[in-house]
Design a protein around this ligand. Sequence first.
Ligand SMILES: *Cc1c(COP(=O)(O)O)cnc(C)c1O
Length: 374
Amino acid sequence: MQKNTRCVHSGTGKDPLTRGLNTPIFTSSSFEYLDTAENVYPRYFNVPNQKSVVEKLCALENAEDGLLFSSGMAAISTAMLAFLSSGDHVVLQKDIYGGTHHFVTAEFDRFGIEFTFVNNEAADIEKAVQKNTKIIYIETPSNPLLLVTDIAATAQIAQDNNALSVIDNTFATPINQNPMDLGIDIVTHSGTKYLGGHSDLCCGAVLTRRDLAGKIGATAANLGGSLNAMTCYLLERSLKTLGLRVDKHNRNAQIMAEHLQKDACIQKVFYPGLENHPGHATAKKQMRGFGGMLAFELKSPAPDRFLKNLQVITPALSLGGVETIICSPATTSHQKITAAERAELGITDNTLRLSVGIEDPEDLIADIDRALSN
Ligand SMILES: *Cc1c(COP(=O)(O)O)cnc(C)c1O
C-alpha cells in the first residue's frame, strides 16, 4: 500500500457493534483480566486506542512496534533513559530541539550519564564516540536552522560501535523521510506538530523494532507518560490526512523559501529544498520532500516590528499546524540555552522560524511583503 492509503486505513479498528467505519473511543481504564494473555491498562501502553494509532504509525515509519506518549519530550526522554545507566555516554548533534538540549544538560549529570554535543557532520559524530557510548542522537532537518544530517552514515557509525541510533523525525514526518529504512534503530516524534497537525494536541511517539519497543515499554510503564484514549482518537483522525497535509506543506514552503530568498530585506534563507542550502544534496538522497519548516535572517525591519505587522501569519509557539506561524527561536524554543551557545549554533536575534501552513501561498507572500515594507 502507498502512503496515503496507509494514512487512511492502517490500524483503523472498525466498530463491530454498529459497523461504523471509525475506531471507537474505548474510555475504560479498568479491564477484566481473567483468561486474558496480558493485563490491559493505559499506563501499560496497551489499550485499544493506543494500539490502533501505533499500528498506523508503524505502517507509515516501516517500524515493527512503538509507543504513544503524552508529549514529544516524554517520548524522547523515555526512549533515552530506557537504555542509559550511570557511566554511559551519549553523542548528540548540537543543533537540536531546545527542549531536548535542556533535558540532557539539566538531567544527565545527576544520573552520572556523560554526553558530548557535536556538529552534524558524520566525521564529527564518529570522532566523539567513546568506548562507553550507548546512544547516538540526531535530528534532521534540525530545529531551527534546518541542518541536514546524513542518516545512513550515522546509523552505520552506531552499528560499528555497538551503540543505538536515535533520530527525532518530527520535522520531516514519515511522509518525507523513513529513518528505519536507512538503518536507524529508534525514531521519535513530537506528535504535537505535524502528526496532530491542527495545533490542538500534545502527544509523542516512539517507533522501532519489536525488541527495543519492549525495553522502552518496560521503562515507560515506570515513568508513566502514556497517552489517553481521547487524544489517541484525535491523533488517529489527524493521521488520515497526514499525507495530504505534508504534500501541501512541502509545496508551500518551497514557494515561500524561493520568494524570501529574492527579497533584499532578507539576509539568508535556510531551507533544505534550496539548491544553495549546504544540506541540499544529502536531503535529496534521504528525503522524498523537504518539509514545511524554514528559517530566515532578517536585515530590516527589526524582528518585533515585522512580527507585529503580519496579519495572516501569527507569531506563535510550536509548529506543524495547518496555519502558518512564525517565531523567534532566541525568545521561544531556544530561550533556555545561553546566548553564547545560540551564537555558536548560528541563531541570532534576527533569526525567524516559519512553520508554513496549508493556506494559499499568494496570501502568505502578500502578508510577508506588506510587513517587510511597513
Ligand atoms: C516540539 C518538539 C519536540 C518536543 O515535543 P513536545 O510535544 O512539545 O514535548 C521535540 N522535538 C522537536 C523537533 C520538536 O519540534
